[in-house]
Design a protein around this ligand. Sequence first.
Ligand code: GEK
Length: 257
Amino acid sequence: MNYDIPAVAVRAMNRDTLYQNQPFAPGSFRFDEPVVSVFSDMIRRSVPGYEDTLRLTGRLAARFAEEGCAIVDLGCSLGDSLLACAQALGRRPIPLLGIDNSAPMIAQAEARFAELALPLTPRFLCQDLRTAPLPRAALLVCNWTLQFLPPADRTPVLERLFAALRPGGALLLSEKLCFADPAEDALLGALHHEFKAAQGYSPSEIEGKRQALETVLVRETQAAHEARLRAVGFTHITLVQQNLNFASLLAVKRHAA
Ligand code: GEK
């Protein structure tokens, strides 16, 4: 996919070597200072098609933006998606809001946008997205974040997101999927492993990270995500991108008939 918006500016990236040396306990992964310091490199070498998702997010911002309504990125990390939105929107006066409960992520995101000094600068909120106040929104972006919430918390979150969206607005939900068929799940897992190996991660680094993420990142099937989106009120749900086991669903809140 290639869109005619400028490539998303990437800050000087520290190489992710976190899993090279230390043994990591199962379930120990956190978005703490060491992870944040290598995050740009980590996510690009771990999520196939990451940059394509950013470009898609920018295109959706340009399409769904509506004066008086915000664009909100839930689990915004360093603000890559918001940067794609700001670039796509240029000088349109659209409020951009990034929410993340990792203080070091938010600190770096704020510093980065201060440096960039774009016409549109997002506001950042260091808060749990389960309770953060949400403005009326035209586009909600939730890229690779819902998967970090306990499954029982996901429906209440999506209910809040649906309520915050204006009719005609949309939610972009990107998630690492699992597959009901064990052979398909194993195949996609192996292909993702190969993707990470091709990015320069060693087998022990890949295994260390996998263990650290155990019980922290809980995957669900595409069908489970779609069922939840329908249950909270979305009627039009489309798979807009998939790279191996990483997929983006676009759920539109239709105007009442
Ligand atoms: C990107 N979307 O670059 N409340 C708020 N934030 C949370 C919560 C929570 N309960 N749980 C996790 N996070 C980004 C990438 S990363 C995905 C998103 C990944 C935050 C967490 O601090 C982290 O910044 C983000 O969600 C998930 O496109 O690393 O695989």
